[in-house]
Design a protein around this ligand. Structure first.
Ligand SMILES: Nc1ncnc2c1ncn2[C@@H]1O[C@H](COP(=O)(O)OP(=O)(O)OP(=O)(O)O)[C@@H](O)[C@H]1O
Ligand SMILES: [Mg+2]
Length: 253
């Protein structure tokens, strides 16, 4: 599939800029030179099949690793190369990742989960007090004293995102926040993410459901076997016949 439209790469306004990002696990390359940007106040989605390299991509941005991947290429935040920094220093600069299937302590209450996170000194992004998180997710304030193990999957995701907000992100990275959720809850979580972006945050969202991602994202990248197969504004991709045929099962909304 060819590139549908050029993202605004290399512009001064890009908050995150990846150039030629390559990740290898041993002899196997999982990412083959990915270029990607996220602008200020932009919601950029990364979609693709299981094993396409989505988690590998966002983990490389955050400096996380499962195993010992060899990463090359550049990761710039505000034009500054952060690729050599350990994960905690990237967090300090405002790159905050909610990894796939993680992000809450099940045995602790909602409030304890939120209180455990303190923003780094000289935090780069907006600071969210626990009350600010409840303002974003009112559903959580009613469950403040409940253990997270008793929450629904959607509520648990809200706690995970809330914890990430407490770390004062400039770029919030969510790796499949909707995994395992009923379709109704998926849209609820993604709508909240959109509201955060409308409020000024920048978000890189991994979402396997292309239809749901296109409903909320400004731009979308399709990863295919470690390469960007297509990318462009969500509005254009929504109307692209090839995307519809390959990813939306012919179902257009
Ligand atoms: N620690 C690791 N060691 C070796 N190979 C790995 C490791 N982590 C991932 N891979 C491989 O890299 C490729 C990309 O995996 P990745 O987890 O990034 O895919 P994904 O797009 O996030 O998939 P999913 O939708 O299932 O989460 C896969 O072939 C996977 O098997
Ligand atoms: Mg993944």
């Amino acid at each position: 599939m060819s590139e549908l439209a050029s993202p605004p790469s290399g512009t001064a306004s890009a908050l995150l800029e990846l150039a030629g990002l390559e990740v290898r696990y041993g002899h196997t390359a999982a990412l083959h030179g990915v270029d990607l940007t996220v602008g200020e106040r932009e919601l950029v989605a990364v979609a693709g099949a299981n094993g396409a390299g989505k988690s590998t991509l966002v983990n490389a941005v955050a400096g996380w690793s499962r195993g010992r991947p060899a990463v090359s290429g550049t990761v710039r935040l505000d034009g500054v190369d952060v690729g050599g920094l350990p994960a905690h220093r990237r967090t300090g600069r405002g790159i905050v990742l909610v990894p796939e299937g993680k992000g809450v302590f099940e045995g602790l209450t909602v409030e304890e989960n939120l209180e455990l996170v303190t923003p780094p000194k000289n935090a780069a992004g907006r600071r969210y007090a626990v009350a600010d998180v409840y303002a974003v997710f009112p559903q959580l304030s009613a469950r403040a004293t409940r253990k997270c193990s008793t929450l629904s999957g959607g509520e648990r995701q809200m706690v995970a995102i809330g914890r990430a907000l407490r770390a004062a992100p400039r770029l919030l990275i969510l790796d499949e926040p909707s995994v395992g959720l009923a379709p109704r809850l998926v849209r609820g979580v993604l709508r909240h993410v959109r509201e955060l972006v409308d409020g000024g945050l920048s978000v890189l969202l991994v979402e396997q459901n292309v239809t749901a991602a296109l409903e909320v994202a400004d731009r979308l990248y399709l990863l295919e076997q470690g390469r960007v197969g297509a990318s462009g504004p969500a509005s254009e991709m929504r109307d692209d016949e090839r995307i519809a045929a390959a990813y939306l099962g012919g179902l257009r909304r």
